[in-house]
Each structure stands twice: as structure tokens, then as C-alpha cells.
Design a protein around this ligand. Structure first.
Ligand code: SIN
Ligand code: FE2
Length: 217
């Protein structure tokens, strides 16, 4: 990774919105890298195509998923887990591109979580109508590390609640290029995505793609 990757990217005054202590939206943070990010997603999904996985309860998810990095998040009838191998191909997940790692680390640092070293990147594809129910990210061994979530393509409504499922949720509109980081006291906050409204995005068409970086081990 070139040391000057982030030259020209003004982060100090970046537009930010605090969701809760430990949780922030960095507006437009990924925008300068949109072309390379989308090209990299194309290369990853050529090797590990999007697929709609099944929950342990037997429901097919509306969001299609794939992964890159040394571990990938998967679900099937036996449960949720991080797996070094793509169960569809029997091969390791495609490696995490250096740009992904660098961008996630930079966003985490900006949000107050320096030295974030993600080993897993879940890639979610939402087509119109797809949603993600309220959940906690708790399959990671080390919850000392934050979650870094990059939004690309169509706008979505992100739901962000508290540490209990029944806590009130706030709604935030996430658009192309926004990054949400949550960690520390917010690390186990319940969150989700409302059904995706239809639309057409200039670069990605009728979909939203979300990259979620985690430290799984
Ligand atoms: C997730 O919680 O894994 C996805 C969040 C999002 O799509 O913004
Ligand atoms: Fe999540």
C-alpha cells in the first residue's frame, strides 16, 4: 500500500454524525475510492459469487453475501460461523485487497479506534426489498475491535439501537460513500437495515453493496 493513499483525502474536518458513544457515521469517507472499491468487488465476486445463505432456523436471507479476507462469515442450518473456506467452492475466500484494509483502518482511527486490523470482510448485496433484521455482531472472538461498515450504491435506512433488542432504535439514511464505525461501548449495539427502496444508482445500478470489516479472531 502506498503511504500516500490518503493524500488529498481531507479527514480532519470530515462530516461526522455521532449515533451513540463509540458509534459514528463518517459521511462520504469512502467516496474518493469508489472506482477502485467497485472494481475490487467485481474481482472478488467473480471468484466468490454473491449467494443468499440460509439461517440456522431455515430461512433464506434476502441479502446476498460473499466475503474476502482470511475469514468469511457464513450461516447455514448448523449455525453462524467464521470459515476460512468458501463452502460453495471449497477454496479460501479471495484475499482482502490492501485498499480495503487501509480504508477500514483509516476510518476506525478517525472514529477513535486506532490500529484496527480486520481479518474478515463480509460483502452484503441488497436488491430492492432486501433487509437485515435487528441483530448484534457477536460471532467475533475479540469484541475489543470495532465494526467498520462501508455503504455503496443505493441509499438505505440504517437502524441503530442499544444493547438490548427492545431498546428504541434511531433511523439514519446511509448513502454511497458513507462509513459507519461502532466499537467500545457501542460494539454490541443492535442494528439492522430497513427494506431497500427501489432506485437506480449511477455506478451500481439497482442495488446497495455494503462492506463490513471485522476482527474475527
Ligand atoms: C450488517 O449488519 O452486517 C450490515 C449492515 C449494513 O448493511 O449496513
Ligand atoms: Fe451486523
Amino acid at each position: 500500500m502506498t503511504a500516500d493513499l490518503f493524500d488529498g483525502l481531507e479527514t480532519a474536518g470530515a462530516d461526522r454524525e455521532q449515533l451513540a458513544p463509540g458509534a459514528v457515521i463518517l459521511r462520504g469517507f469512502a467516496r474518493p475510492h469508489e472506482t477502485e472499491l467497485i472494481a475490487a468487488i467485481g474481482a472478488i465476486t467473480a471468484q466468490a459469487p454473491f449467494r443468499r445463505m440460509v439461517t440456522p432456523g431455515g430461512h433464506q436471507m434476502s441479502v446476498a453475501m460473499t466475503n474476502c479476507g482470511s475469514l468469511g462469515w457464513v450461516t447455514d442450518r448448523s449455525g453462524y460461523r467464521y470459515d476460512p473456506v468458501d463452502p460453495e467452492s471449497g477454496k479460501p475466500w479471495p484475499p482482502m485487497p490492501p485498499l480495503f484494509r487501509e480504508l477500514a483502518e483509516q476510518a476506525a482511527t478517525d472514529a477513535g479506534f486506532p490500529r484496527f486490523a480486520p481479518d474478515a470482510c463480509l460483502i452484503n448485496r441488497y436488491e430492492p426489498g432486501a433487509k437485515m433484521s435487528l441483530h448484534q455482531d457477536r460471532d467475533e472472538r475479540d469484541i475489543g475491535a470495532p465494526i467498520v461498515s462501508v455503504s455503496l450504491g443505493l441509499p438505505a435506512t440504517f437502524l441503530f439501537g442499544g444493547l438490548k433488542r427492545t431498546d428504541k432504535t434511531q433511523r439514519y439514511r446511509l448513502v454511497h460513500g458513507d462509513i459507519v464505525v461502532w466499537g467500545g461501548p457501542a460494539r454490541l449495539a443492535f442494528h439492522g437495515v430497513a427494506p431497500l427502496p427501489d432506485g437506480e444508482h449511477g455506478l451500481l445500478g439497482r442495488q446497495r453493496v455494503n462492506l463490513t470489516f471485522r476482527r474475527a479472531r
